[in-house]
Design a protein around this ligand. Structure first.
Ligand SMILES: [Zn+2]
Length: 455
C-alpha cells in the first residue's frame, strides 16, 4: 500500500523528524500545524531544487554597461531570500567585467527572476505585510504576520516596506499629474456597459487627523490637520425588502491629500478623467455648504456636472432664519420652517426665496435678524441651481451628501485615528497612498516586479 509519509521520508533525511511529528500528533490542531510545517519545508526544498537546476543551465553573459565587453564568470556565490514559505537558499554564477569596470557583480539568474541586487525579501511577502498595514496598526500587522509566517518579521522591516511602497505610489501619482499638466490625460478605466450608463457621483469632504508637533518630535501638543478627501462613484438603485428604493455607490474611487483645495484640485481632476467625467451620461456633484468645495465645482466640474447642495444643509440654513426671526415663538418658528422646508423639497425654491424676501421687507425687524435672514437669502440665491430638489428626485439622484461624507470619513477614520495615534507627515502620506492604491484597486500593480528589459 503506497504511503505518502514514507515517500516524503525518502526525499530528504531532514524531513524525517517532521514526518514523525505529524504521525504522532495527538490532537487535530497539532496535526494540522505539524503538517503545515512539513509542507513549508517541502516547498522550500522544491523551490531550491528548481533554482539549483536553473543555475546550472549555461549562462548567457550580458555585456558590461560601461565598456560593452561581455562579462565573465567569477564562479558561484550563495544567495538567500526571506519568503512567505521561509528562507530560500541557492547558489548561482556571478560575473564581472574582465576590464575591471566598477559595475559590481552581475547575476543573470537573479535578473531573470525579477530580483533586485539588494533585495532580501521576496515581493509576495512585502505585499502581504503592506496589505495588512493598510488596515491595522503596525504592531498588529507584525503580530498577525508572525502568526502566519514560518519566519519572524520585525516591526521595523514592515515599517520600511510601507515607506518604500507608499513612496512608489506617490511618485507614480506625481508622474501622472505631470503628464496631465503636459496635456496627456490618463487612460479611462474600463467599465462594463451597465456601470458606464449609471450616473457618476463626485463629492468631497474634509477630515481631521492628529499629527505630531512640527519637526516630528514624539512629545508636545498634537497638531490637527485637515485631509481633503473626494469620492467618485457610480450610483445604482436597489430596493429594500420593503420595496423602498435606496441609492448605492458602486465602483468607488477615492482621492485624498494632506493639503488644501489647490492640492486636491489636480488630483481629483485626474481621477475624474479616469472615471469618465467627460463622457458619462449624467455627472452629479454633491456637497454641503463648504465654500472651497463649491469653488472647486465651479472651476472644474460645472461644465459636466449637475450640482446638488445637500438638502439637510439647505434646510438647516432655513431653520437658522426661522429662529432668528421668530425667536421665542417656537410653535410659529416650527410651522414656518416646516412650510419652507416642504416647498424647498418639492421644487418650489422660488416660493422659498420670495417668502424670505417678503420677510426681509417687514418693518421693525431687529438688525441682527435682518442680517441673518439676508445671509440665508444670499446663500440660497447663490445655490439656486443646486436646490432644485424635485428635479433631482425625479432623476433618481440622492439629495443628501451623507453617502459622500461617510465614504470620505471611512478612508481616514478607520486607519489613521486610532487611540494614541499621531502621525509624521511622511509616515502619514506613505500609508495614505498605499491605502488609496488598495481601495482604488491598484494595489497589485504597485507591487508588480520591475522586470529587466532582457527578461
Ligand atoms: Zn567593462
Amino acid at each position: 500500500m503506497p504511503c505518502l509519509a514514507d515517500s516524503i521520508r525518502h526525499i530528504d533525511p531532514s524531513l524525517q523528524e517532521l514526518v514523525v511529528t505529524v504521525e504522532q500528533a495527538a490532537s487535530f490542531a497539532t496535526l494540522i500545524s505539524a503538517a503545515g510545517q512539513l509542507a513549508h519545508t517541502l516547498a522550500i526544498l522544491l523551490v531550491q531544487e528548481v533554482l539549483t537546476q536553473r543555475a546550472q543551465q549555461p549562462t548567457e553573459w550580458p555585456r558590461c554597461s560601461k565598456c560593452g565587453t561581455r562579462l565573465q564568470s567569477k564562479g558561484w556565490l550563495p544567495r538567500q531570500l526571506t519568503t512567505l514559505l521561509g528562507v530560500v537558499r541557492w547558489e548561482r554564477r556571478v560575473g564581472r567585467c574582465p576590464h575591471g569596470c566598477k559595475i559590481g557583480q552581475v547575476a543573470p539568474l537573479d535578473e531573470q527572476l525579477g530580483l533586485a541586487s539588494h533585495q532580501q525579501t521576496s515581493g509576495e511577502l512585502t505585499q502581504v505585510a503592506c496589505a495588512l498595514a493598510v488596515f491595522v496598526p503596525f504592531e498588529t500587522a507584525v503580530a498577525l504576520l508572525n502568526r502566519l509566517l514560518p519566519v519572524p518579521v520585525s516591526p521595523s522591516a514592515v515599517w520600511l516596506w510601507v515607506q518604500a511602497y507608499g513612496q512608489r505610489a506617490m511618485q507614480r501619482l506625481q508622474v501622472e499629474l505631470q503628464q496631465l499638466a503636459d496635456g496627456q490625460p490618463p487612460v479611462a478605466e474600463p467599465l462594463d456597459a451597465k456601470t458606464a450608463s449609471q450616473p457618476l457621483l463626485i463629492g468631497a469632504d474634509g477630515v481631521m487627523v492628529p499629527f505630531r508637533p512640527a519637526g516630528g518630535q514624539p512629545h508636545g501638543r498634537t497638531r490637527w490637520r485637515e485631509i481633503k478627501v473626494a469620492i467618485l462613484a457610480r450610483l445604482s438603485q436597489r430596493s429594500t425588502r420593503a420595496g423602498k428604493p435606496v441609492t448605492h455607490l458602486e465602483h468607488r474611487r477615492l482621492v485624498a491629500v494632506l493639503g488644501d483645495i489647490d492640492a486636491l484640485r489636480p488630483r481629483l481632476w485626474l481621477e475624474a478623467v479616469r472615471q469618465g467625467v467627460c463622457h458619462a451620461k449624467v455627472v452629479v456633484w454633491l456637497s454641503d455648504g463648504g465654500r472651497g468645495f463649491w469653488n472647486l465645482y465651479a472651476q472644474c466640474f460645472a461644465r459636466y456636472a449637475l450640482g446638488i447642495l445637500d438638502f439637510y444643509h439647505a434646510a438647516q440654513n432655513i431653520w437658522k432664519g426661522a429662529t432668528a426671526w421668530l425667536d421665542g415663538r417656537t410653535t410659529q418658528a416650527r410651522a414656518w420652517f416646516d412650510a419652507m422646508r416642504h416647498s424647498l423639497r418639492h421644487g418650489e425654491s422660488n416660493r422659498v426665496l420670495d417668502e424670505l424676501m417678503a420677510t426681509l421687507q417687514l418693518e421693525g425687524l431687529p438688525a441682527s435678524t435682518r442680517e441673518t435672514l439676508s445671509q440665508v437669502y444670499t446663500y440660497l440665491q447663490t445655490h439656486r441651481e443646486h436646490i432644485d430638489y424635485a428635479k433631482f428626485k425625479e432623476l433618481g439622484l440622492p439629495l443628501g451628501s451623507g453617502l459622500v461624507e461617510s465614504a470620505c470619513k471611512w478612508l481616514i477614520q478607520q486607519r489613521f485615528k486610532g487611540v494614541g495615534m499621531r502621525w509624521s507627515e511622511d509616515g502619514f502620506n506613505h500609508l495614505l497612498h498605499l491605502r488609496l492604491a488598495w481601495v482604488n484597486g491598484r494595489f497589485d500593480a504597485l507591487f508588480a516586479p520591475a522586470l529587466s528589459p532582457n527578461w
